[in-house]
Design a protein around this ligand. Sequence first.
Ligand code: F6R
Length: 630
Amino acid sequence: MLVLFILHTNTKNKFMCGIVGYIGQREAYPIVIEGLKRLEYRGYDSAGIALYDGTNLKVCKTKGKVSDLEKRSEEEITTIGNIGIGHTRWATHGVPNDVNSHPHVSNSGNLVIIHNGIIENYESLKKELITRGYSFKSETDTEVLINLIEDVQKQEGVKLGKAVQIALNQVIGAYAIAVFDKNRPDEVVVARLGSPLAIGIGENEFFIASDASPFLEYTKNAIYLEDEELAIIHLNKEIKIRKIQDDSLVDPYIQELQINLEQIEKNGFDHFMLKEIHEQPKAITDTYRGRLLRNEAIIKMAGVEDNMKKFLNANRIIIVACGTSWHAGLVAEYIFEDLARIPVEVEYASEFRYRNPIITEKDVVIAISQSGETADTLAAIKLAKSKGAFVFGVCNVVGSSIARESDAGAYTHAGPEIGVASTKAFTTQITVLTLIALRLARAKGTISSSDFRTHMLELELIPKKVEQALKSDKLIAEIADIYKNSRNCLYLGRGYNFPVALEGALKLKEISYIHAEGYPAAEMKHGPIALIDENMPIVVIATKKGHYEKVVSNIQEIKSRKGKIIGIVTEGDEQVRALADHVIEVPETLESLSPLITTIPLQLLSYHIAVLLGKNVDQPRNLAKSVTVE
Ligand code: F6R
């Protein structure tokens, strides 16, 4: 369940980067490098590492990926330090180059920092530091911050922890930082505001990371820093956590991590995306387990139960989300209106927050986000809350900012999603939203008990049907080979499968860089039909329960214009098979649940096309997993 407390972040823009650190008895280098590889989904424009052995400090950084850093380190790293910090960057301003890469070192050469975030007032701070004689090599705000810390240390004569605290009280912006001082080789200081930071606690050793994945094989005990907290990590001493603003001490809350290493490794799959596509039967089961109680004929979700009145008295539900999560929201619009008869509006979070929307206390806002860190969705939630709306979060990452900012919510239990293209997050979001719609429909009496039972039964069968759909993998790879060199592609669907068409197109665009558009099938004749010729592949979702005959007519229209048709059809379909160039069969299910199945071949199609084109499937160009910038 979501934690029902409010997170106070005042940040607008954030970098999306990964930070890793180690202090202890082992060699830091392999831990930091392997950790960076696991965090590379957060950004991969440039990477760097700093190692210190108590005498020698070695900083190695480069534009490019962690593998480039590894190559460079082989030549440059001579120090086997027991203290190390590393960074993988997704640049929002300032080109990715060696100099702008982190870590950054202060003018004296004593202080070293890695930073995920942005210091908004860095220019004025920089000017001030220049007047005091400081000089800067990079264009980054981070180099300003480390010199500010150094300046405070000198001016005030304080230790590192205090200097970091004083400096952070002067900055406006967002950060997750790790800093060490050559003169204090047994200490690392970390702090966060608006960007995640976890501390792994081993036996006389500590790990620092943007998420727990870099240290899972070493320890399951972790502290997640809250916003505006600073921790002094000292070997042989207890961790001290303080509030940055008022210096008050905070009791460290050590939690036992529930994720295991297997969940964040590829487990024999060539890519995380493929692994995550194949994990969907389990992820969907994990998401409805304990909530869908078929024998008792009830759906139980604490966040919904506790706030039932809010849902039932709502004038409407507004769904806010971005990207794939927005597509899940569109599917939910059909489900909520169809089953629970509640009016729904689905909004891009980025548009919603800037268009002065009408929101009242009688609105329920559902925010959907895999990462729980998407800046636009977070801002949309804050706006909705400021107008008195009740906000319900649907997130995958436990304890994420959106989960905490929401008034209540429900987690998807997809497990870590590492491939940048979202797959299992989408299907588990739809699962959660279906459960909510069913629960509300039952409470409102808009669904009969037999329909309710049919839905429950069918939802329980979905994982098996997804497994069945996954068996078309080989056929889909063959179709991918035929169309891999296409320059454009259309995706068509109707009703519940219109958002699936949008999602199919997005998947293809983001990992294969082929231009693709999703359309409601009937809209084709209002424009896109002009694009159709013998070179245009058109993926049409034409399953039996979704306006089948109408979609068949649309297929006829495409065929008369010589378009190449790839039909996603119900098992045993003959009609579309006779018209289409290729068909991919999926098991039959209820129309309202069909997106959970029809999306599978589309995920596989884009995956295979991208692989055949030699694209980096898990880390497509220009993208990052959590979009923590506006
Ligand atoms: C697409 C994709 C993105 C995300 C979007 C929202 O494959 O991954 O479109 O869906 O950036 O991210 P979350 O769900 O983390 O808010």
